[in-house]
Ligand binder design. Structure first.
Ligand SMILES: [Zn+2]
Length: 80
Protein backbone atom coordinates (compact mmCIF):
# COMPACT_ATOMS: atom_id res chain seq x y z
CA UNK A 1 0.00 0.00 0.00
CA UNK A 2 1.29 3.43 -0.89
CA UNK A 3 2.23 5.60 2.04
CA UNK A 4 1.03 9.18 2.32
CA UNK A 5 2.86 11.58 4.65
CA UNK A 6 1.51 15.04 5.36
CA UNK A 7 3.76 17.91 6.39
CA UNK A 8 1.61 20.96 6.72
CA UNK A 9 2.96 24.33 7.60
CA UNK A 10 0.70 26.35 9.86
CA UNK A 11 1.18 29.33 12.15
CA UNK A 12 0.91 27.34 15.35
CA UNK A 13 0.57 23.72 16.42
CA UNK A 14 -3.10 23.97 17.43
CA UNK A 15 -4.06 25.39 14.05
CA UNK A 16 -1.89 22.87 12.32
CA UNK A 17 -3.63 19.98 14.07
CA UNK A 18 -7.07 21.31 13.18
CA UNK A 19 -6.18 21.94 9.58
CA UNK A 20 -4.47 18.64 9.22
CA UNK A 21 -7.53 16.85 10.51
CA UNK A 22 -9.64 18.71 7.97
CA UNK A 23 -7.54 18.13 4.91
CA UNK A 24 -5.87 14.85 5.58
CA UNK A 25 -8.85 12.60 5.00
CA UNK A 26 -9.73 14.29 1.76
CA UNK A 27 -6.15 14.50 0.55
CA UNK A 28 -5.26 10.98 1.54
CA UNK A 29 -8.35 9.59 -0.15
CA UNK A 30 -7.65 11.51 -3.31
CA UNK A 31 -3.99 10.54 -3.48
CA UNK A 32 -4.49 6.97 -2.52
CA UNK A 33 -7.22 6.60 -5.09
CA UNK A 34 -4.65 7.49 -7.71
CA UNK A 35 -1.62 5.60 -6.57
CA UNK A 36 -2.68 2.86 -4.21
CA UNK A 37 -2.52 0.22 -6.89
CA UNK A 38 0.86 1.36 -8.16
CA UNK A 39 3.69 -1.02 -7.57
CA UNK A 40 7.14 -1.10 -9.11
CA UNK A 41 7.28 -3.89 -11.63
CA UNK A 42 10.98 -4.37 -11.13
CA UNK A 43 11.23 -4.20 -7.36
CA UNK A 44 7.68 -4.90 -6.17
CA UNK A 45 7.77 -1.83 -3.93
CA UNK A 46 5.16 0.82 -3.23
CA UNK A 47 5.82 4.57 -3.25
CA UNK A 48 5.83 7.10 -0.43
CA UNK A 49 4.29 10.48 -1.15
CA UNK A 50 5.10 13.37 1.16
CA UNK A 51 2.73 16.29 0.88
CA UNK A 52 4.17 19.59 2.01
CA UNK A 53 2.08 22.65 2.10
CA UNK A 54 1.18 25.87 3.70
CA UNK A 55 -2.40 26.38 4.68
CA UNK A 56 -4.23 28.30 1.99
CA UNK A 57 -1.71 27.73 -0.75
CA UNK A 58 -0.67 24.95 -3.07
CA UNK A 59 0.59 21.64 -1.89
CA UNK A 60 3.83 20.19 -3.05
CA UNK A 61 4.14 16.50 -3.71
CA UNK A 62 7.43 14.81 -3.04
CA UNK A 63 7.57 11.23 -4.22
CA UNK A 64 10.10 8.68 -3.06
CA UNK A 65 10.40 5.14 -4.22
CA UNK A 66 12.78 2.34 -5.04
CA UNK A 67 13.98 3.65 -8.39
CA UNK A 68 13.92 6.67 -10.67
CA UNK A 69 11.61 5.10 -13.21
CA UNK A 70 8.96 4.22 -10.69
CA UNK A 71 9.11 7.63 -9.00
CA UNK A 72 8.64 9.21 -12.40
CA UNK A 73 5.58 7.09 -13.11
CA UNK A 74 4.02 7.93 -9.74
CA UNK A 75 4.63 11.66 -10.33
CA UNK A 76 2.95 11.44 -13.71
CA UNK A 77 -0.06 9.79 -12.13
CA UNK A 78 -0.30 12.46 -9.44
CA UNK A 79 -0.17 15.24 -12.00
CA UNK A 80 -2.90 13.83 -14.20
ZN1 LIG B 1 11.79 0.07 -8.59
Amino acid sequence: MAKIVLELDAPDPAVEAAVEALVQDELRKRLKGRIQTMICQQHARTPTVTVRGRVGSRFDYHVTGCCHDFVRRVKCRLEE
